[in-house]
Design a protein. Structure first.
Length: 301
């Protein structure tokens, strides 16, 4: 005589296979296709922190990205380091796709951008991003400019190779190194003592022996070395500093981000030509730079 299971037990036995199938399907749905269930989250690449220009004006640097803060970035050691075939290929691609493609055509400037090892001027942990199309933090609230901006500002000075150039804001030393390839002498002033020490040691270690550096407020220039055939200011200032204009040779060119140093919408890349006691200013388009500090900010406040 057959024993009949209770109704509840029979229903449970009938539902058990269905429950197991549903559980298996749920587990499969919790995983991404082709990815194990315990795969680590996607790690986004380093992105720029601040913009330096806008299209179609001089091309700049995208804002509001997730870079390490300039205050916490570690600077590279002042040693030559390695320049590999991969780095050289990256520089060639940088020039072709970011610089020449945007209209910078001066052969000497393009060659300088192909030669100077930009990756040695950025913090060690950011070297893999050195040839990307945006600025990078270098410490002390400062950045190394986007490659295109470096090339554009250099080209606009119309250097032929025998000039004496003054740079205000040495920063990492990269812009000074590029200028040294297209000018006879470069004088560079940095107000941040830590940056001055690092960049000076690095430029010396890399053999840029036509670059002279100084720690000080660039607003007042380098009077004993004046006049200069060209002057480049690499931080935003609300006015053309009178001492720098006085140290510019007659017929010389000065390039600078001019306008409100605290407004990313109120700066222009200005090219200044000195003509006797007068000067002419051309607007080359909107840019975004960190403020020039020292005396320049006292004038603003």
């Amino acid at each position: 005589m057959r024993r009949i299971a209770p109704v509840g037990t029979a229903i449970l036995l009938w539902l058990l296979p269905v429950i197991l199938v549903c559980l298996a399907a749920a587990c499969r749905r919790s995983e991404k296709p082709g990815e194990p269930a315990n795969a680590p989250p996607y790690e986004s690449p380093v992105q720029p922190e601040a913009a330096e220009a806008r299209e179609p004006a001089p091309q700049g640097e995208p804002a509001s990205r997730d870079t390490p803060s300039p205050e916490t970035a570690d600077l590279p050691e002042a040693a030559p380091g390695a320049d590999t075939p991969e780095h050289r290929e990256a520089r060639k691609n940088m020039v072709d796709s970011q610089i020449w493609a945007r209209g910078v055509t001066d052969p000497a400037v393009l060659e300088a951008m192909r030669i100077v090892p930009r990756h040695l001027f950025v913090p060690d942990d950011l070297r893999s991003s050195a040839y990307n199309d945006y600025p990078l933090p270098i410490g002390d609230g400062q950045t190394i400019s986007q490659p295109y901006i470096v090339a554009l500002m250099t080209e606009k000075l119309e250097l032929s190779g025998d000039e004496k150039v003054l740079e205000i804001g040495t920063g990492s030393g990269y812009q000074a190194a590029v200028l040294s390839m297209v000018a006879e002498q470069v004088y560079s002033i940095e107000i941040k003592e830590r940056l001055h020490a690092r960049s000076s040691a690095l430029l010396e270690a890399l053999g840029y022996d036509n670059v002279r550096t100084r720690h000080g407020d660039g607003y007042f220039g380098w009077d004993e070395a004046a006049p200069f055939d060209a002057i480049m200011i690499t931080a935003a200032v609300s006015h053309i500093p009178p001492p720098l204009l006085a140290q510019l040779a007659d017929g010389g060119l000065m390039i600078l981000p001019l306008g409100d140093p605290y407004s990313y919408m109120g700066q222009m890349l200005a090219l200044v030509e000195k003509l006797g006691e007068d000067h002419t200013v051309w607007n080359l388009g909107g840019v975004r730079f960190v403020p020039m500090t020292g005396r320049a900010l006292q004038k603003v406040r």
